[in-house]
Structures are given as C-alpha cells and as structure tokens.
Design a protein around this ligand. Structure first.
Ligand code: SAJ
Length: 436
C-alpha cells in the first residue's frame, strides 16, 4: 500500500495520531477539534508551563475552557510535550507557530524554521505536514519543502506537504472549525488529497486551491482587506471631524445599503497579532520583488496615527475644562485590543496610556478581563470600581467597549468622556461626551 493510500485510509477511519506544533490561540483549538473528531493528539510547545498546565487539564487559551481539555487528557487522547521526538509517532504534523514582525517590520519566520528543522530531524517519511501559520506567499515551497525533500524522498509520494491558513476569530462562537470553510493548497495533487482527507474529518467545507502560495495569499488578502478597510473608515472619521459630521451616523446609514458595502467602524487603532502584522508579510515579499504594496502602507499609516488622535481629543476635552493633560487624572476604560477578550497584544490602549503619561497625566484603567498588566515601562493594576473611578477622573477614555459595562450608567454619570468606540450610542448628545 502506498503512503498516500495508507494515510488517507487512516484519516478516513479517524485513526492515527496528529501532532500540533504551537499550542496557542490557533494550535490549541485546532488540537481540541481534531481530538474531538477521534484522533490522538500530541501537542508540542516550547513553553514548559503551557505543557504542564495542559497535561493537568488547564487551558491557557480563552476560547478553550478547561472542560474541553480535561476529558481528552484523562483518556490520553491529548497530551502535550516539549519534546519534538514524540512526533515520530505522528501520521500528520500541523505547524501553528507565531509569525511576528521584527522591529524593522520584516517578517520573522524563525519559529517556522525552527519547527521545520526539528521535523526534518525526526523524518517526514510517510507523514502529512501542514503549515497553518500566516506567512508570505512562497514560504511553504521555498523554505519548508527544501528542508524535507531530497533525491531519496519526494513530496507527493514519500511525504505530503500543504498550507492551510487559520481562520480563527478569538472570542467568536457562531463560527467554529466545522462551519468555517478551510482553504488548503498542496505542493502536489496527492499532497492536497491527503490534506483534505484529514481536514474533512472536522471541517464541513475544505476549499482546495492550486498550490500553497495561493493559500498563503488568500490569508493575506483576508487580513489585508480588513486592515485597509479599517484604515479607510479611520480616515473617514478624521474627515468627518474636519467636516463637523458624526462618523458613526455616516457608517450606520451607509450600512443600510443591502449590497456592495461592508461595515467597518473607526476606533482608537489596530490591535491584535494578525491584522496589524500580516499585511506587512505581503508588502515585504513584494518589496523583494521591487513592488510597493501602497494600500498596506497607507492603511498602516492611518491606523497607527489613531492613538495619537485619541490623545489629542482627550487633550481637547480637558482643555474645554481649562485643564491641562499634565496633572489631570485620566481613566482608560477597556485595554484589550478588542471587546470581550483579555488579549493585550498590539492593543492601541497601551500606546494611548504611554502617550498620556509622557504628557504628565495620572493614568489609571479598568478592564474586566485584564486585572493587571506589565508592558515595557507600564506596570498597572485595574481600579476596583469603574463607575466610582469615572466620577473621580478629570476625563475618561473609552478604548475598548466590552459588553461587561453598563454604558447607560456611564453615559448618565455626567463625567467627561472621550468615546472612541461609539459605546454610548443612542445616548442624548451631551457636551461632556466627546466622540471620535
Ligand atoms: N477593528 C476596528 N474596526 C473594525 C474592525 C476591527 O477598529 O471595523 C479593530 C479591532 O478593534 C482590533 C483590530 O481591528 O483592534 C483587529 O480586529 P479583528 O476583528 O480583525 O480581530 P482579530 O485580529 O482578533 O481577528 C482576526 C479575525 N477577525 C475577523 O475575522 C472578524 C480574522 O481577521 C482572522 O481570522 C484572525 O484575525 C487571524 O488570526 O488572522
């Protein structure tokens, strides 16, 4: 029996072992979904504390409660390790490691390279390997394939290699693995077939594309689409400010168009470890090919200007009270990068707080999901009672509109508020409430 037939039969019968490298917000939900489809999972992560927690049934990922890990660990269907050698038992290995940017905004694919070198060391013969980490077009075929392929072993017969971008929206519950179509690009047609035979055991709609580079580019289009449209609506907010128009009314009314329009909302800036990062993988690749990805750069410029714009609006609000930023007490409501989660990565709140402190303000914050945090020079603990705190502050800035808050109570408090998320929508316009 060929390796291809052996693997596809195993996957169709939901037998076999799948290795997941990188047990973060992508890898852990993927591991649980594949385990719940019937497979044994070996989770590999370099963080020993993550491995220890998981092997004790404790999840470090908000979207995966402990109750979904513990039973899999109890039945030995899932176990985590820091030892790559454990992957020798795996029939398939899925790489879900981070792909951050360096300080120079160049891609940092060192985590992918490290994982691939370990897989090459243990050997890929008879295995399916899938890269899920978001990266520039060409990574799978230019960086991963050469580590595995040789005269002795060829992709498509001795091992199988594909790229399949993750489509996880942290905090979302209406779309899960099963009902989110999954794009897959194989190095060869047989690689694609083998990858589909695994993914279709937990995804209703695999979406085959011609090759891994196409699949890599699909992901970058998805996330660049978001970054550019968020940049557009942020610039529209700046224009409406100049025109004396309410951007939120403009967006809501435009969103009544039943076709040819997709609603995005302005905000204090672009957070998360995907949307602010992924488009730079695309522009870097094109720069190497002497092409400038203009939309990516322009959107980045606008999105990165929003924290300073929020600081300016805050200074204006204090100015109305004949108060300077220096010496004023400013409360930040919500510091996570988006509502109803506690993730601080790239959160615009961090830059807003830093800028206000640089200007001499006394800054405190509240966030129901973030009791305290340390970020560069910042080491802050949330205030106990946000409703009391807004009354004691000279100005409150709504940065993240968690559902947790009683916005009506906040809007009626009489406090001076800069609202960057239209959290107080529907409240009567008051001069103490400044909306971006
Ligand atoms: N944001 C706005 N205005 C908007 C939408 C978002 O200012 O209209 C801001 C958010 O506040 C946040 C940032 O942009 O700071 C990113 O928002 P996001 O909704 O894209 O959140 P992520 O990065 O957690 O999740 C995204 C996925 N989001 C959705 O599909 C809605 C998706 O782009 C990717 O599947 C995922 O990142 C990923 O991991 O690539």
């Amino acid at each position: 029996m060929s390796f291809k037939d052996e693997l596809t039969q195993k996957f169709e019968e939901r037998r076999g072992t799948v290795g997941i490298i990188g047990l973060g917000y992508v890898g852990l939900p993927l591991a649980v979904a594949i385990a719940e489809a019937g497979f044994n999972i070996i989770g590999v992560d370099i963080a020993s504390e993550v491995v220890f927690g998981l092997n004790n049934g404790i999840s470090h990922v908000e979207d995966i409660p402990d109750v979904r890990i513990a039973p899999l660990v109890a039945t030995n269907q899932f176990w985590a390790t820091t030892d790559y050698n454990e992957l020798q038992k795996a029939d398939a290995i899925i790489i879900c490691v981070p792909t951050p940017l360096r300080k120079t905004k160049d891609p940092d694919v060192s985590f992918i390279i490290a994982a691939v070198e370990e897989i090459a060391r243990i050997g890929v013969q008879g295995k399916l390997v899938v890269l899920e980490s978001t990266t520039y077009p060409g990574t799978t075929e230019e960086i991963v394939l050469p580590e595995f392929q040789s005269k002795e072993i060829m992709a498509g017969s001795d091992f199988f290699l594909a790229f399949s971008p993750e489509r996880i929206d942290p905090g979302r519950t209406d779309y899960v693995f099963a009902n989110t179509p999954k794009v897959i690009g194989g190095v060869t047609p047989d690689c694609l077939d083998v990858a589909i035979s695994l993914y279709e055991t937990f995804v209703d709609q695999p979406v085959p594309v011609s090759n891994p580079a196409t699949a890599e580019m699909v992901k970058l289009l998805e996330n660049t689409f978001r970054a550019v449209n968020i940049g557009l609506v942020n610039e529209m907010a700046l224009m409406c400010d100049k025109l004396g128009l309410n951007i939120w009314e403009v967006v809501e009314a435009a969103a009544t168009k039943p076709y040819g329009f997709m609603k995005f909302t302005p905000g204090p800036g672009l957070g998360g470890h995907c949307i602010p990062v992924d488009p730079h993988y695309l522009s870097w690749k094109l720069r190497v090919l002497n092409y400038t990805a203009r939309f990516v750069q322009l959107a980045d410029e606008v999105n990165r200007s929003m924290p300073d714009y929020v600081v300016m609006k805050t200074a204006d609000a204090l100015n109305q009270l004949a108060k300077a930023v220096r010496g004023s007490h400013i409360l930040i409501l919500g510091v996570a990068y988006k509502p109803n989660i506690g993730d601080l990565r790239e959160s615009p709140a961090l830059e807003i707080i830093e800028r206000l402190i640089e200007k001499g303000a006394n800054v405190s914050y509240h966030d129901p999901y973030v009791p305290n945090f340390v970020h560069e020079d910042l080491d802050l603990t949330a205030v106990e009672d946000p409703y009391e705190a807004i009354l004691n502050a000279d100005c409150t800035v709504i940065v993240t509109d968690h559902d947790h808050y009683d916005w009506r109570r906040i809007g009626n408090s009489g406090a001076v508020i800069v609202d960057t998320r239209n959290a107080l929508k529907g409240m009567p316009l008051r001069e103490n409430i400044i909306s971006i």
